[in-house]
Design a protein around this ligand. Structure first.
Ligand code: UD1
Ligand code: MG
Length: 428
């Protein structure tokens, strides 16, 4: 046995109740797929992850390959149950003699901290097999943890196979396991499908372990919210809400003011410095980094890959995507900044748009504004374009060429005043 840990993440199921063309584990919370949350939670714990794919395997494979270099996908076809799913990694782990942690790809609320405590419990008890359990007042649909009279584990019984008195048990299987791989591996060739669903149940490894006199334990998770699984759109909305509340509490604990938590949405992957104020109705998704002493919102939308340095203002009805903004820069009102790099001490007038996308060529281009640039209201910056240090752009301009340092650029048509025109028109 060694200390190495590998993860197996079950993600081959169909997710029928989502009623979607997208595989369940690719449904998103704050622009990140559910599977991404699970992979991120294990990435600091394990040396390698195996994602079991099946339903719409290509889409899930594509996502894993693109974003997670230490994860591999393993195809399960047909999908004959959770035990069958895990057995798919047996060839990959033939000579592995460390621990394997098994999780589901549709359980994004589990935390890295809980997983660490779970593994510590498994190791310190010298456990061969540990299952995570939790208590639900209404345990419907979960597998029930059945214990012997002395309190030790006996087996797990699925809802559909459970007798009446078993259904009354409130301790349920959370669907997360830690296995001493070399010892539990033989179970996978011995699982049977003689149950109500005709499936190879992963849960049967508990009774198998007991029958082999192995050390089998349950780790009881106090906060049952963490194992909340996503099966429907309403589950997805509920999980988003929980995740958001967690994030806002963490930010407030770290010195960020959230004026109205009930209307503020901030992704887990957003870092915000202290003394920044987030005003109501702000929506921040994806990965972002916001400095200290900033003012964000009300009604701001940060769409990911946004970096804002200290003392900046992103005001009302401002949308920002893929942009780096240096300190003391203000984007006060009604603007769109995308694919941009903004220096420090910049002022962006109301209604400024970076025209970053050419819908004919489908090419996105970059806007660069150097330090101390001032952009007048209602300007369109047609990318690719650079405004050099200290330059000013007059209100209402459409900027299609690079502007040199300290210049004034203005494309506004000259103002015409026709004296008495209105009166003459009326008297005609
Ligand atoms: C499973 C457990 C149940 C536990 C619950 C916790 C079994 C038999 N039951 O039930 O005890 O309380 O999780 O949420 O394990 N999957 C595959 N291949 C398959 C079948 C499923 O990859 O052939 C994946 C699914 O995509 C899903 C996960 O395994 O991510 C769990 O499968 P699911 O059908 O949701 O099992 P539950 O009925 O929820
Ligand atoms: Mg499930």
């Amino acid at each position: 046995m060694n200390d190495e840990i590998k993860a197996v993440i079950l993600a081959a199921g169909k997710g029928t109740r989502m009623k979607s063309d997208t595989p369940k584990v690719l449904h998103k919370i704050f622009e990140k797929p559910l599977l991404g949350y699970v992979l991120d939670n294990v990435k600091n714990i394990v040396s390698e992850s195996f994602v079991i794919v099946g339903h719409q395997a290509e889409k899930v494979e594509e996502y894993v390959k693109k974003d997670y270099t230490t994860a591999k996908t393993v195809l399960q076809y047909p999908q004959l149950g959770t035990g069958h799913a895990v057995s798919m990694v047996c060839p990959e782990l033939q000579n592995f003699n460390g621990q394997v942690i098994i999780l589901c790809g549709d359980t994004p609320l589990i935390t890295e901290n809980t997983l660490k405590n779970f593994i510590d419990y498994h190791n310190s008890n010298n456990s061969d097999l540990t299952v995570m359990s939790t208590i639900f007042e209404n345990p419907t649909n979960y597998g029930r943890i059945i214990r012997e009279k002395d309190g030790s584990l006996k087996c797990i019984v699925e809802e559909k196979d459970a007798a009446q008195e078993e259904k009354a048990v409130k301790e349920v299987n959370a669907g997360i396991y830690c296995l001493n791989w070399a010892k539990i591996k033989p179970a996978f060739s011995q699982l049977k499908s003689n149950n109500a669903q005709g499936e190879y149940y992963l849960t049967d490894i508990i009774a198998w372990g007991k029958s082999q006199n192995l050390n089998v334990n349950a780790y009881i998770l106090e906060n049952n919210e963490e194992i909340y699984g996503i099966n429907s759109r309403s589950n997805l909305a509920h999980a988003t809400k929980i995740m958001n509340e967690r994030k806002l509490n963490e930010l407030m604990d770290n010195g960020v003011t959230v004026v109205d938590p009930s209307s503020t949405w901030i992704s887990q992957d957003t870092i915000i410095g202290s003394d920044t104020i987030i005003y109501p109705a702000t929506y921040i998704e994806g990965k972002n980094k916001i400095g200290s002493n900033c003012k964000i919102g009300p009604c701001a939308h940060l769409r990911g890959d946004v970096e804002v340095a200290d003392n900046c203002k992103i005001g009302n009805f401002v949308e920002v995507k893929k942009a780096k903004i240096d300190h003391n820069t203000n984007i006060g009102h009604l603007s769109y900044i995308g694919d941009s790099e903004l220096g420090s001490n910049i002022n962006i007038g109301a209604g400024t748009i970076t025209a970053n996308y050419n819908p004919l060529t489908k090419v996105k281009s970059k806007t660069v504004l150097k330090n101390d640039v001032k952009i007048g209201s209602n300007t369109v910056l047609v990318a690719p374009v650079t405004v050099e240090e200290g330059a000013n752009v007059g209100a209402g301009s459409v900027i299609t060429k690079d502007i040199p340092k300290w210049a004034l650029a203005i494309t506004r048509a000259p103002l015409k005043i026709l004296p008495d025109w209105v009166r003459n028109y009326l008297l005609k």
